[in-house]
Design a protein around this ligand. Structure first.
Ligand SMILES: [Zn+2]
Length: 129
């Protein structure tokens, strides 16, 4: 899958922000990370590319919250080099063209597909420390 660099991600986010109107994909607000809602069918999305930098590299689980947000805050930054964006794929809704990030959250005994809307105002090109 094609790797998406920051400038492309920003373009996809801006394209997404420009989409207005209702769609099946935004009936449930997806501004914060959450489990894929049951109402969303995976085949309504097409994969655009991945934010995974190097699949053979051990990914960081460090999150990026310089302003006191948390993992599931609606205003948490979207920083591609930080968890969980660094594990995410970018998907596009086939119906309306909005873009989403999604990844598999793997716990000890489960994996869960999680999704979040790609939002240009929250994107941060933060370097990993
Ligand atoms: Zn849609």
């Amino acid at each position: 899958m094609a790797q998406i660099i920051y400038s492309q991600l920003l373009d996809l986010a801006l394209a997404s922000d420009a989409v207005s109107g209702d769609c099946r994909c935004n009936r449930v607000p997806l501004t914060a990370w959450q489990a894929l809602p049951m109402t969303l069918e995976l085949d309504r999305f097409e994969e655009v590319g991945t934010l995974v930098d190097d699949p053979y590299d051990e990914p960081t689980f460090a999150e990026y919250h310089p302003h006191g947000t948390r993992y599931d805050s609606p205003d948490a930054p979207i920083a591609p080099r930080y968890y969980p964006c660094n594990l995410s794929q970018v998907a596009r809704c086939r119906d309306c063209g909005r873009h989403y990030l999604r990844y598999n959250e793997a716990g000890g005994y489960f994996t869960e597909l999680r999704i979040r809307a790609l939002q240009a105002r929250l994107l941060v090109d933060a370097e990993r420390h």
